[in-house]
Design a binder for this molecule. Structure first.
Ligand code: SF4
Ligand code: SF4
Length: 56
């Protein structure tokens, strides 16, 4: 199951550094996850300070 980053994202970039699949990139005002690349490991959710990445 892929993760999706909500509008709560403050664009800190912490999740992108933790993703083993390089599925996270900076988007327009927030970070976004490439659903096809995401392995659903949850690492992004565990490091996010605002809980923005959530299971889709
Ligand atoms: S769930 Fe894992 S693979 Fe998917 S975006 Fe987050 S850190 Fe990357
Ligand atoms: S760690 Fe959370 S707040 Fe930071 S860029 Fe990722 S989703 Fe956004």
């Amino acid at each position: 199951m892929a993760y999706v980053i909500s509008d709560d994202c403050i664009a800190c970039g912490a999740c992108a550094a933790e993703c083993p699949c390089e599925a996270i990139s900076e988007g327009d005002g927030k970070y976004v996850i490439d659903a096809d690349a995401c392995a659903g490991c949850g690492s992004c959710a565990s490091v996010c300070p605002v809980g923005a990445p959530q299971e889709a």
